[in-house]
Design a protein around this ligand. Structure first.
Ligand SMILES: Cc1cc2nc3c(=O)[nH]c(=O)nc-3n(C[C@H](O)[C@H](O)[C@H](O)COP(=O)(O)OP(=O)(O)OC[C@H]3O[C@@H](n4cnc5c(N)ncnc54)[C@H](O)[C@@H]3O)c2cc1C
Length: 510
């Protein structure tokens, strides 16, 4: 008789784990509280306007490609991708701009205008980023650390100097640039790891490297097209979905997961349970209280966002990805991470999806997403999200005025907005932390919560707050690693039809 698995949550990690398990002969049911798959990679559609609510940047394309291949699928046949270049338009407080592009002549011209000698420094920085990317993806991301010895061994010893884990990213940038703006331009990506560049290890130079070298991509139809492709693969493999149904409890008996209890009290049994819901929430709400739940409460959480989704009645001449990068960069992070607040002069990210795919807005109109990073939900202080939301909106309008866009408020047909409470309510993210547990040194690699419960041997964890970490491609890797662990535990050994491709070395692009 087929073994059965229940997957709690249809986020990217849950979808990938479910698909692998079904491909390996398990009877898999995915239970999702919302009415469609995707989790944080969600979509809002209204009056012909479409918005990706979470991810808007497809970075590390080689990881995506490898994970589709591991499921026996060709990503490029399933998703219609185009490369975005320039990747970001950075706008500084005085209105000056820097476009990040893989066109090296253009980069030379722009960087030298900011700081003589900066282009050669940039080449050196990219070279370091390449080493960090290659070693990091092979030794940290694609690895499953099941035991102490899997991480602490002679083979991994060189990582201490190869990956510069003890150098702080922003300080380390002084080896390359004098200009604080340039240091900011190549470290802001640390936010994706839930970290301030003043704390993040220099290892994360891998992110600006991969953005420039392998590109930032956009699927036709938005990032949600990736979810549709993955959910399609899951259905093809025989995965069954149950939507609009919240799991209330994971049933544990004799140190094993026996199944789940749903919101209406119904009990479903399974041989294996895989939790894709945010891990701290799983410990806090779905499992019996214990030491691990207590430990989770004391872990470090990433920041959150106020996100605006605006349907406009006219075209707004914005590039696809614009980042207004505040000059008071350090104060921004202090305010967000230490004070759990919104900075006085926050950096702002604007995404204009219709520049990349005209079907994201009705003809002659536009869809605009504005994201303002803020602290996550505080337990011991009052945060007035209504007031913060109004301040954030005014601030975005002021920023847009730097580009000569002064009449945006007159053209907003409708607004939908998310704040940290929305993130918590919609996806059960503890503290509304959009990227889950952050990636500081004590929550990285072997130190990050693993993909299997330490005591309950048939309870597995997949997704952003588990190994290897946050982001869509890493959620996919997490799904494969979990499925491998399940099949190893069950004695099924042929995981990953395309696994050799999954471990393929990235090819240099520049
Ligand atoms: C604003 C924002 C911007 C981002 N930008 C990017 C980006 O540009 N690029 C990138 O790669 N990544 C980005 N990310 C990160 C990325 O979205 C996440 O890391 C990734 O989607 C997490 O996937 P996951 O597998 O952990 O599942 P999640 O997306 O967390 O999904 C878990 C699912 O479990 C469901 N669930 C929870 N509790 C229950 C329950 N009790 N019963 C049933 N179902 C339950 C939830 O509804 C959800 O659908 C961004 C995230 C946010 C929020």
């Amino acid at each position: 008789m087929k073994k059965s698995a229940i997957v709690i949550g249809a986020g990217m990690g849950g979808l990938v784990a479910a698909t692998h398990l079904a491909q390996h002969g398990l009877r898999v049911t995915v239970i999702e509280k919302n009415s469609r798959p995707g989790g944080r990679c969600d979509r809002i559609s209204r009056e012909g306007h479409h918005f990706d609510t979470g991810p808007t940047l497809m970075v590390m394309p080689l990881l995506y490609e490898a994970e589709f291949a591991a499921l026996g699928a060709d990503m490029n046949e399933r998703v219609d991708l185009r490369r975005i270049d320039p990747t970001y338009h950075l706008v500084f407080d005085d209105g000056s701009q820097l476009s990040l592009t893989s066109d090296m002549d253009d980069m030379r011209y722009q960087l030298e205008a900011i700081e003589p000698g900066a282009f050669e420094a940039f080449r050196r920085y990219l070279d370091e980023g390449r080493r960090h990317y290659e070693v990091g993806t092979e030794k940290l991301v694609n690895r499953d650390f099941r035991t102490f010895g899997d991480f602490f061994n002679l083979d991994n010893l060189p990582l201490i100097y190869q990956l510069k884990p003890f150098a702080r990213h922003f300080d380390h940038m002084s080896d390359y640039f004098q200009s604080n703006r340039l240091k900011a331009a190549f470290t802001f990506q640390d936010v994706y790891m839930g970290l301030s560049p003043f704390e993040a290890p220099a290892t994360f130079s891998m992110m600006p490297y991969t953005e420039i070298a392998h590109g930032v991509w956009y699927p036709r139809g938005g990032m949600y097209a990736l979810i549709e492709a993955m959910a399609g693969l899951a259905r093809d493999a025989g995965v069954e979905f149950v939507f609009d149904t919240e799991v209330k409890q994971i049933v544990i008996k004799d140190d094993r997961a026996r199944g789940v209890v749903l919101e209406d009290g119904a009990q479903l049994r399974a041989d294996v349970v895989v939790a894709n819901a945010d891990l701290p929430y799983v410990y806090r709400e779905l499992l019996p209280p214990g030491e691990m739940a207590e430990k989770m409460a004391h872990k470090r959480y990433s920041c959150s966002t106020i996100s605006f989704f605006w349907g406009l009645d006219c075209l707004c001449p914005m590039p696809p990805h614009t980042l207004f990068l505040a000059d008071d960069y350090r104060e921004n992070f202090v305010s967000i991470i230490r004070d759990l607040a919104m900075p006085a002069n926050p950096s702002v990210y604007i995404h204009s999806p219709a520049r990349l795919d005209p079907t994201m807005a009705p003809p002659g109109q536009d869809s605009l997403i504005a994201v303002v990073p803020v602290g996550h939900l505080a337990e011991n202080k009052t945060q007035d999200w209504g007031e913060i939301l109004d301040r954030a909106r005014d601030h975005v309008f002021r920023r847009l005025a730097l580009l000569g866009i002064t009449d945006l408020p007159d053209h907003i047909k409708f607004e939908t907005s998310f704040n940290p409470l929305s993130w918590r309510k919609r996806y059960n993210l503890v503290k509304g932390a959009t990227h889950g547990l952050c990636h500081n040194l004590t929550q990285l690699a072997y130190f990050r919560p693993g993909n299997r419960h330490p005591d309950y041997e048939n309870l597995y964890f997949v997704g952003a707050s588990t190994h290897p970490g946050t982001g869509l491609p890493t959620a996919m890797v997490s799904g494969r690693l979990v499925a491998k662990r399940v099949t190893d535990d069950l004695g099924i050994y042929q995981i990953g039809r395309g696994s050799s491709k999954a471990r393929r070395k990235p090819e240099p692009v520049i």
